[in-house]
Design a protein around this ligand. Structure first.
Ligand code: F3S
Length: 64
């Protein structure tokens, strides 16, 4: 599974990095970045939760 964040839409709510720190981190501009190429299997559930919880709906699953 792969994910990406649309930097234009991210408002820095940091819910993703709280729910799934294995995959998301906040950068210097307080925008979420994806820190892994492939989401580890044991982080997939938390990652999906982050996708659903993002208030701006700016996390996209690009590959299942
Ligand atoms: Fe941005 Fe959504 Fe995360 S707004 S910081 S991608 S929860």
């Amino acid at each position: 599974m792969k994910v990406k964040v649309d930097r234009e839409l991210c408002s820095g709510d940091a819910i993703c990095s709280e729910l799934c720190p294995e995959v998301f981190e906040m950068d210097d501009e307080n925008i979420a970045i994806v820190i892994v190429d492939e989401v580890p299997e044991d982080a997939e559930e938390a990652c999906r939760e982050a996708v659903e919880s993002c208030p701006e709906s700016c996390i996209e699953i690009t590959e299942e």
